[in-house]
Design a binder for this molecule. Structure first.
Ligand SMILES: Nc1nc2c(ncn2[C@@H]2O[C@H](COP(=O)(O)OP(=O)(O)OP(=O)(O)O)[C@@H](O)[C@H]2O)c(=O)[nH]1
Ligand SMILES: [Mg+2]
Length: 494
């Protein structure tokens, strides 16, 4: 029988930082007898991503507990001579099967099931285009390059939800851990005090042809769904189970408790619990899961008597009842085969397993659009929002007037200028895009007075007015070699 025991840290908060994109390079080709040639600055490399990948050899989130910070390397800057900077290396973090990724405020971002399933936790920044790639008919010899974008940095919560077929639920000390230890090779801690089990244990059970996993979760008590006892932390482990099995202690009852009221009390908690996983993520209303009831400790004579008394009432709930003793190992074979049959029934109605997939974190959709709104806090001020305008601002070196002029052209082309005018912006109005605020100058839109020479030219560079076909080709090629989307935009320009 194959088996494993795992004890795990099942919830951690991690901080992931992707690599920054390398800056583009502004450089001018130099040769003997031809001191100033065309632009030849290469593109910056993309920053590395931080990825989470389901690894079959990882069973806990313990590593993240010790090392909660992870960062990928930065892209290298571009260089002269058309040399592009190297991409940053992706950082791949192995996670156990069944890891759920959440935002700090509890939104499920991804549910990683199946070996190889990959999630880009933080995307590396795009590299900036070098001046070779920025060259166009209108801007033959740019004296600037674009900045690389910062990599994403964020906090994520990782939760492990056991990918178990059968979940054992029961009051503390009912014998759940004992049951898993006699059904499988798992050796969880067993003791006669409540809440012995603090983290879920998984065991692999073989019954005939069927191999399935059983999760032993910590004891539940009334109020668990509101967080009492070890409450919610552990209810979430049974969200994925095909079958829920009540383990009932018939031997050591406290006043006011009997097998029937124990089962009813726990059913009440299950009904109160709202699964975090939606149906399409493998979560199901716990009420819909089939149930079995195990009356345990039948080696104790009083327990056997009590079982006989309550058996009919439990069966009247519509649930099959099994009398077992984990001590004398009675009734285990029948129980494990009944579990296997239920698991098979569940598996038969599942859609075929999906191959390992890449989960893309939903990011702000770039609809190519933008909005212009008056700033509610400041008079005569406007805020521009949109994926493109905000990215372009991040890419701009504001110490370089030509780069600022280029930004202004991009914004004008997108229609931001017109939209500002329509909203009532006037020269001198404050305009905020992303983290930058500047005074609006419609003629030199980003508020920079008098660009040296014709915009898009560097007076240091000799040139004739016509761009040769080969020069155009070279610029196009330089842009293509950059994987980022700004390249596409620039191609649209010429
Ligand atoms: N006599 C008898 N005692 C049992 C049997 N099964 C379990 N026990 C005892 O019951 C006590 C609790 O067993 P556990 O398996 O730790 O119970 P648990 O449900 O996992 O408890 P928590 O982890 O605290 O929720 C231990 O002292 C076991 O030895 C049984 O079949 N017969
Ligand atoms: Mg236990």
């Amino acid at each position: 029988m194959e088996a494993f025991v795992s004890r795990f840290v099942d919830r951690v908060t991690i901080h992931v930082a992707a690599g920054d994109g390398g800056h583009g390079c502004a450089s001018v080709h130099r040769e003997k007898f031809k001191p100033l040639g065309g632009p030849d600055g290469g593109n910056g490399g993309k920053g590395g991503d931080v990825q989470l990948v389901v690894d079959p050899n990882v069973h806990t989130l313990l590593d993240f507990h010790y090392r909660p910070n992870a960062s990928a390397s930065n892209g290298k800057p571009g260089k002269g001579g058309m040399r592009n900077g190297a991409q940053g290396e992706d950082l791949v973090l192995p996670v156990p099967d069944g890891t759920v990724v959440l935002s700090p405020d509890g939104e499920v971002l991804a549910d990683l099931v199946g070996v190889g399933t990959t999630f880009v936790a933080a995307a590396g920044g795009r590299g900036g285009l070098g001046n070779a790639a920025l060259a166009s008919k209108a801007r033959k010899a740019p004296g600037f390059a674009l900045l690389g974008e910062p990599g994403e940095q964020l906090e994520l919560v990782l939760e492990l939800k056991s990918v178990a077929d059968v979940g054992l639920v029961g009051f503390p000390s009912a014998g759940k851990s004992s049951l898993i230890s006699v059904l499988s090779a798992a050796r969880p801690k067993i003791a006669d005090y409540p809440f012995t089990t603090l983290v879920p244990n998984l065991g692999v059970v073989t019954a005939g042809e069927t191999v399935f996993t059983v999760a032993d979760v910590p004891g539940l008590i009334p109020g668990a769904s509101e967080g009492r006892g070890l409450g919610l932390d552990f209810l979430r482990h049974i969200e994925r189970c095909a079958v829920l099995v009540h383990v009932v202690d018939c031997a050591t009852l406290e006043p006011g408790r009997d097998p029937l009221s124990d089962v009813d009390a726990l059913e009440h908690e299950l009904a109160q619990y709202t699964p975090a996983l939606k149906a399409e993520q493998g979560g199901v209303d716990l009420a819909e899961r089939p149930r079995m009831v195990v009356l345990n400790k039948m080696d104790v004579p009083e327990a056997r008597e009590l079982a006989e008394l309550v058996r009919a009432d439990v069966e009247a709930r519509g649930w099959p009842v099994f009398e077992v003793s984990t001590a004398s190992r009675d009734g285990l074979r029948e129980l494990s085969f009944a579990m296997a049959a239920e698991v098979e029934r569940y598996r038969a109605q599942l859609p075929p397993p999906e191959p390992a997939r890449v989960v893309v974190r939903p990011t702000a959709v770039d609809d190519g659009g933008f909005t212009v709104e008056p700033d509610p806090e400041v008079e005569d001020a406007y805020v521009v929002r949109g994926e493109k305008p905000e990215r372009w601002v991040r890419q701009t070196d504001f110490n370089n007037s030509e780069a600022v002029g280029f930004l202004a052209d991009r914004l004008a082309k997108l229609g931001v200028e017109d939209a500002l005018a329509k909203q009532g912006a006037e020269p001198g109005s404050q305009v905020t895009i992303g983290s930058m605020t500047f005074d609006w100058e419609p003629s030199t839109p980003a508020g920079v007075a008098g660009v040296l020479g014709r915009r898009g030219t560097d007076l240091r560079i000799e040139h004739d007015d016509r761009v040769s076909a080969s020069e155009r080709k070279a610029a196009k090629k330089a842009r293509r070699s950059s994987l980022d989307e700004s390249g596409r935009f620039l191609e649209d320009q010429d």
